[in-house]
Ligand binder design. Structure first.
Ligand code: IPE
Ligand code: MG
Length: 225
C-alpha cells in the first residue's frame, strides 16, 4: 500500500490525511478480494523501516490502525474474514498492540478470506529471525544442520502454514519490492499500477487479477505442448 503521502500532497493536505483515506482502499480491497474468490490477502501496512519516520506520522499511522481495528472488527466477523498480524509486534505501543490482538481474537475461524496484516514487518528481519530459531535448535541438539532445506526454513517464517503469494500488486508506480516477503515472492507475478493507494478501488483489484489470469506461470520449467 504505497502513495498515501503523494495522494495527500497533490491535494495540499497533510500526509496523515492520505493515511486516513487509505483506510477506504483497505475496505474496498478486502471486500473485492472476498468477491473475487481470493483466499488470502496480505496488506503491507507498516514496515520496520517506517519506524524511522517522524514520531508524529508514526502516531497517525497507529491511530489509523487502531481505528481500523475498532471500526471494521464486527464487519470482518460478519464477512467471515480471519485477520492475522505478522511482524515485530513487540515494538508497538500497548494500546495498538491490544487493538491488534483483539481483532485477531475476534475474527479467528473466519473461513471466507484470510487477511494478513504486515505490521512492523520487514522481510530481512523475518529471515534473520528464522535463522536464529534454527540456530537455537541446532545448538540444543534438536536439529541437524543437514536437515535445513527450503521447506524446513520456510516453516520458521511468519507464513509457515501458508502458500506463497501468487500475485504481488504494487501501487503508486514504484518498481521495487521494499522488503516485502522476499523469501515468499520468489515466483510471484508482479503487477505495478500508478494508482496511489487511497485511490485504489475494487475495479483496480479486479484489473490486476484479470491481468494475472493471462500470465503463463512456468516456475523455471518449460511447459509441455
Ligand atoms: C504508504 O504511503 C503508507 C505507509 C508506508 C505506511 P506512503 O506514506 O509511503 O506514501 P508516499 O510514498 O509518501 O506517497
Ligand atoms: Mg511510500
Amino acid at each position: 500500500m504505497d502513495g498515501n503521502g503523494r495522494w495527500a500532497r497533490e491535494r495540499g493536505l497533510p500526509r496523515e490525511a492520505g493515511h486516513l483515506e487509505g483506510m477506504k482502499a483497505v475496505r474496498e480491497t478486502v471486500e473485492g478480494a472476498g468477491r473475487a474468490g481470493v483466499g488470502i490477502l496480505t496488506l503491507f501496512a507498516f514496515s520496520t523501516e517506517n519506524w524511522k519516520r517522524p514520531a508524529r506520522e508514526i502516531g497517525a499511522l497507529m491511530d489509523v490502525l487502531r481505528s481500523f481495528a475498532a471500526r471494521e472488527c464486527e464487519n470482518l466477523v460478519r464477512e467471515r474474514v480471519e485477520v492475522r498480524v505478522l511482524g515485530e509486534l513487540d515494538r508497538l505501543d500497548a494500546e495498538s498492540l491490544a487493538a491488534v490482538r483483539r481483532i485477531v481474537d475476534r475474527t479467528r475461524g473466519g473461513d471466507r478470506l484470510l487477511l494478513n496484516l504486515l505490521i512492523s514487518y520487514g522481510a530481512r528481519e523475518e529471515i534473520a529471525r528464522a535463522a536464529r530459531a534454527l540456530a537455537r535448535e541446532v545448538r540444543e541438539g534438536l536439529l541437524d544442520p543437514a536437515e535445513i532445506d527450503v521447506r524446513r526454513f520456510a516453516r520458521e517464517l511468519y507464513t509457515r502454514d501458508l502458500p506463497d503469494p501468487d500475485l504481488l500488486i504494487r501501487t503508486s508506480g514504484e518498481h521495487r519490492v521494499s522488503n516485502f516477503m522476499l523469501w515468499q515472492i520468489a515466483y510471484a507475478e508482479l503487477y505495478i499500477t500508478p494508482v496511489y493507494w487511497p485511490d485504489f478501488t475494487r475495479e483496480n483489484l479486479f484489473a490486476a487479477i484479470l491481468d494475472y489470469q493471462r500470465r503463463e506461470r512456468r516456475f523455471g520449467r518449460v511447459l509441455a505442448g
